[in-house]
Write a protein that binds this ligand. Structure first.
Ligand code: BG6
Length: 297
């Protein structure tokens, strides 16, 4: 595998053609190509990549709060979706392994990114005054892309957090895209302002704006299909919730950094996380959760 490090980010490529590009801003994955250089992630053409705004597309990392900060919680002074997606992370290094075809193993490369409370602005530290260390590992192999977040409480006082990996999957045609793996799950529907609903059909089609938080999912895999054919498997590890989001026509128009305006036809957010309630971490303790996304073309 080859790894190129620049001022803004890191790009890694496997000899078999797969590649991944990660911006230091937010440790946001902005491109992931699999076999045949097929791009798997949607990135807005007007995404702001200069570090002045969270990235519209790819995989922003949401921490320590999901959505608008709740009024009655220690995260109440944080921005929407937390600060992690809007600050510069540090590249900690790479580890590569060369596969042995005879053993059926593939080449892989792991890129590690770190964010520590000491690197935040005074303002951000005041808003959420805890000592923490985050390590985000992005591993590229032929199998797919693995992204794992490790959270450490470096202080004495316990803190509570939420995590979400806000993946924008690229799809050919949203009207032919369906999702499996949510059957019978309980969700809250932000479009209809319904706190509790149950997924009645085994397959979910997207025919309009959708913004749902599926909670405590029984199975680990959420599958995205195109024209009935498997396109992506999103496999959760130590994360039980999944947000399904597509802004559709009006919401897409309202986002200055969303383009082209009909780009909602080519994206679907399937966001794995721990966002229902809070994860509590005592001083000195650690937590880890993540996903593997398989491109099934
Ligand atoms: C999703 C939320 O995770 O992110 C939506 O469920 C939200 O409600 C969307 O609109 C995008 O958020 P943002 O802050 O990136 O515009």
């Amino acid at each position: 595998p080859t790894v190129d490090v620049s001022d803004n980010g890191v790009t890694a490529k496997l000899p078999t053609g797969e590649s991944v590009e990660v911006l230091l801003h937010g440790a946001s994955v902005i491109s992931w190509k699999s076999k045949g250089e097929v791009e798997n992630l949607w990135l807005s053409e007007s995404a702001v990549l200069d570090g002045s705004k969270p990235v519209r597309g790819g995989i922003p990392v949401v921490f320590p709060n999901f959505g608008p900060a709740p009024k009655d919680h220690a995260t109440s002074k944080n921005p929407q979706h937390g600060f992690a997606r809007n600050v510069r992370w540090e590249f900690l290094g790479k580890s590569t392994s060369e596969g042995e075809a005879s053993k059926g193993s593939d080449d892989s490369v792991k890129l590690d990114f770190g964010l520590y409370s000491t690197a935040l602005s005074d303002e951000a530290r005041k808003a959420w005054p805890y000592d923490f260390g985050l390590v985000y590992s992005v591993t590229l192999s032929q199998e797919g892309l693995r992204t794992v977040l490790n959270v450490r409480n470096e202080g004495k006082e316990a803190f509570e957090f939420q995590v979400l990996l806000h993946t924008y999957l690229r799809v050919k045609d949203i009207s032919k895209t369906t999702i499996n793996g949510l059957a019978s799950a309980t969700y809250s529907d932000k479009v209809l302002s319904l706190p509790t609903a149950t997924q009645s059909t085994p397959t979910l089609s997207i025919n309009g704006e959708v913004d749902r938080v599926y909670k405590s999912l029984a199975q680990d895999t959420t599958s995205v299909l195109e024209g009935g054919k498997p396109r992506f498997d999103v496999v959760r590890d130590n994360l039980v919730d999944t947000v399904v989001w597509n802004p559709w026509i009006e919401k897409a128009k309202g986002m200055g950094d969303f383009s082209p305006k009909d780009g909602y036809k080519n994206m679907l957010c399937v966001e794995v996380g721990a966002v229902d309630g809070w994860q509590k971490l005592d001083g000195g303790e650690g937590w880890e959760g993540g996903q593997v996304i398989r491109s099934l073309l």
